[in-house]
Design a protein around this ligand. Structure first.
Ligand code: HEC
Length: 498
């Protein structure tokens, strides 16, 4: 396929323009993500935005939002439910606050980012669960908030105190109260995101589309789809990315996306693809809650040059079965032809030394020793990755000067279906000699030994980290030669890649 990006085809430009035209959409969407969609925030997402009409075509979401808890339904069509909708039957403020901080960024009404159902009214908790109608959403909520099997939220960020508040409320039979506008639920203080909030004019767009057309991608009704969209790189050898913004079109079904680097062997067009492949290193990505990314003035992001490809990989989750999901999500990017002082790129941390016995467990620890560096490096993002038998993963920064250690990423209960990444803003400075220790834990529930590999039945242990200057790593590392400096990965005997 031709590179259809730099020309900015009218249909896509229109999409971007549409996003820009409703500036309120970005602001409110962010607020919804940051604070959840209850009370006034719910109305901000539901009424002021241009999105509900689309979302409501689906039917389910509209019905549930209208049928909420007796009270909020009638005020649901007015903008000020917070002010005039204070009626008996709202979720108590204390609980709303917890849901807003932990759940309704995704479980809003309508839902976002692949979440299965809303958690925005008492009724939403009472109805049968989508994936298991023999239990209520409330029961499934109790189950998913504890335990290590696919915890909610996926980054295990729910505190015991917050969990206790939801548990106690459900145990008490989910009583309603005349909540009105709850303090602490709406939060206006966050920065908005989206292309029109970038400090620069985006000059590149990489968006989902159907093969050979500019139209949005028809998202099938499946729960986990990794779909790749490959584009010929429009960039020169000198081009760097300086800022980018997510374009989230059908937010009901977009779970997260990654921008990957492909070469001339990469398939063209649009195709289903595996979660991560060694042939396609990560450039950067987006997950719910991640705002625009603006590189510090001294650094620019390395991008694929002439002859290479850019792959937009979107993880869709349409387990709710929306039949009208057509998506043009992706990224809007500002680039420069005048390279900045430092190039940023992806440092791979982790190990291939995975050997989990049948029915057993293994902790794989790999230390990336940075004493070979002759200058500090700045880390902007961590993105841990394992497959389905992973149970926990973390990267710890251990200071050389005895100044202790800090966690750069910590996922105590790994959920393959809900991979989270961790921006570091401001950047974490790594001094030469510091150790980056990545630990991957596996629980092998199968009857075979499991080793490293790219198949779904194989395992991986990586933490893709965006750092600058990435060139600082172009020196031999404890694990391999200079050309593999950016792969601070315990390869073992053989070096199977890149
Ligand atoms: C970042 C987005 C996000 C946040 C925050 C989040 N969830 Fe989820 N939730 C999802 C997604 C995506 C799914 C579907 C995939 C899955 O089941 O893991 C889901 C599924 C669920 C399910 C299973 C529903 C079913 O029918 O199978 C429950 C229950 C749930 N979440 C409860 C919660 C609760 C309670 C919170 C807050 C304490 C929360 N979630 C926070 C995205 C989120």
């Amino acid at each position: 396929m031709d590179n259809r990006l730099s020309g900015r085809p009218p249909a896509w430009a229109a999409k971007i323009a549409a996003v820009r035209d409703v500036g309120v959409w970005d602001t409110n969407l962010l607020r919804c993500i940051a604070t959840g969609a209850l009370a006034s925030a719910l109305m901000a997402c539901g009424s002021d935005a241009n999105t509900p009409a689309d979302n409501c075509e689906d039917g389910d979401n509209c019905e549930t939002s209208d049928g909420t808890s007796g009270g909020s339904g009638d005020s649901g069509d007015a903008t000020g439910s917070g002010e005039d909708g204070a009626q008996a039957g709202d979720i108590p403020c204390e609980v709303q606050e917890v849901l807003a901080a932990n759940c309704t960024g995704c479980h809003s009404d309508p839902v976002k980012f692949g979440a299965t159902m809303p958690l925005a009214s008492i009724e939403h908790f009472r109805v049968p669960a989508v994936t298991d109608p023999t239990v209520s959403v409330a029961d499934l909520t109790l189950a998913r908030m504890v335990g290590t099997d696919r915890p909610m939220p996926a980054d295990s960020s729910l505190s015991d105190g917050d969990r206790g508040i939801i548990e106690a409320w459900i145990a008490a039979g989910m009583p309603g109260e005349d909540a009105g506008e709850c303090e602490g639920v709406a939060d206006d203080g966050d920065d908005p995101w989206g292309p029109d909030t970038l400090p620069c004019e985006p000059d590149q767009l990489f968006l989902a589309h159907n093969n050979g057309t500019d139209e949005g991608f028809n998202v099938p009704e499946v729960s986990d789809l990794y779909q790749c969209f490959a584009f010929d790189s429009p960039f020169t050898d000198k081009t760097q990315g300086i800022a980018w913004a997510p374009v989230i079109d059908d937010e009901r079904v977009v779970h997260h996306w990654l921008l990957l680097r492909g070469d001339e062997t990469t398939q063209t067009g649009t195709f289903p693809c595996s979660a991560i492949s060694l042939d396609a290193p990560m450039i950067m990505g987006w997950a719910p809650g991640t705002p625009n990314f603006i590189m510090p003035d001294e650094a620019g992001l390395e991008l694929p040059g002439p002859g290479e490809k850019i792959i937009l990989q979107i993880h869709y989750n349409n387990s709710a079965g929306h039949t009208d999901a057509i998506d043009s999500s992706g990224v809007a990017m500002c680039t420069t032809e005048e390279p900045r002082e430092h190039a940023a790129g992806t440092l791979w941390l982790g190990s291939l030394q995975i050997d989990v016995p049948a029915g057993g467990t293994q902790d794989v620890v790999s230390d990336c020793d940075t004493s070979r560096l002759d200058e500090p490096v700045h880390m902007l993002l961590s993105w841990p990755h394992m497959h389905e038998l992973g149970s926990a993963i973390s990267t710890e920064l251990i200071r050389a000067n005895g100044a202790g250690s800090e966690m750069l990423a910590d996922v105590p209960a790994w959920n393959f279906y809900n991979q989270v990444y961790y921006p570091h803003l401001p950047a974490v400075v790594i001094e030469p000699g510091d150790i980056l220790r990545t630990t991957c834990s596996y629980d092998n529930t199968t009857g075979q030994t499991v080793n490293f590999g790219e198949g779904t039945g194989d395992e991986m242990c990586f933490d893709f980290s965006i750092v600058y200057p990435i060139t600082a790593f172009d020196v031999p590392n404890p694990f391999g030669p200079a050309e593999l400096g950016r792969y601070c990965v315990d390869f073992g005997e053989d070096i199977p890649f890149p």
